[in-house]
Ligand binder design. Sequence first.
Ligand code: NAD
Length: 285
Amino acid sequence: MINRLALIGLGLIGGSLSLALKERGLVGEVVGYSRQLQTRLRARELGLIDRPVDSAAEAVRGADVVFIATPVQAMASVFAEIGPELDPGALITDGGSVKGNVVAAAKLSLSPAQWGQFVPGHPIAGTERSGPDAAFATLFVDHRVILTPISENAPEMVTRAVDLWQSVGAIVEQMDVQHHDHVLAATSHLPHLAAFGLVSALSRLEERYEVFRYAAGGFRDFSRIASSDPQMWRDICVANRDELLPMLDHYLVELHRLRQLIEASDSAGVEKLFADAKAVRDALY
Ligand code: NAD
């Protein structure tokens, strides 16, 4: 049971965690901070938080769990602000999609003791919607949450982070920070780049109105994630640059290979590439 949860960032991820805990009666009070007053008021109206406050520092005062759910590049300033106000027994955790830069930012701003209280996390759950209105209580049920504990973590803090996510129905796994950023660059960050890139390319065609008029189910499925929040994805791509660029190059090589096969009218080669990809996709879902 959490007495006071401090929520920093009141959108899809932060709001959904709060709703899930509230629905199960696992939290006493939720104190929330988000950059814009309008968002804080909306979050209270929707019941995501009980008490909006005017700063991240104020939010963490007296909290036994602190959850940071802002875009990843905003987390450095959040850690700097909350450091002096953190309770020595508080679990500090986050939901950021990239772990390397978040861990580095935390290390820079938190004291050695507080550093041991920070258990980085990433729920592998989401939608293309954002903001407080996008939050819903069942978002994490049966979804994976990856924790990337650091060697300085007190084992008790890791256990509390595991319990937190399991209590809202998530399946918790642990891995190291670099491995997380490598794997997620492939399965999450690259597909978003591909979707944003495709829609952007088509929108620059002179005949774009005619093209989009005839866009059907396939285009809709493929492009759904290009409706995701631009600021959030800007932050993820820049923060995970070192893992994402080699993955993007790998993808471009494959697209180039496909281009060559088509240029050569190599039907067997094209079919083989498609059949191999289909077999992989079919085995996954
Ligand atoms: P969101 O846009 O719905 O919510 C982000 C919130 O942070 C907003 O309320 C915004 O006002 C607030 N914010 C922005 N800058 C701030 C600052 N400097 N200080 C305080 N508040 C600030 O985004 P989200 O989808 O909830 O994502 C939150 C985090 O979770 C991100 O780090 C993202 O990478 C991660 N994440 C997102 C998804 C997804 O699919 N949306 C999935 C897993 C993890």
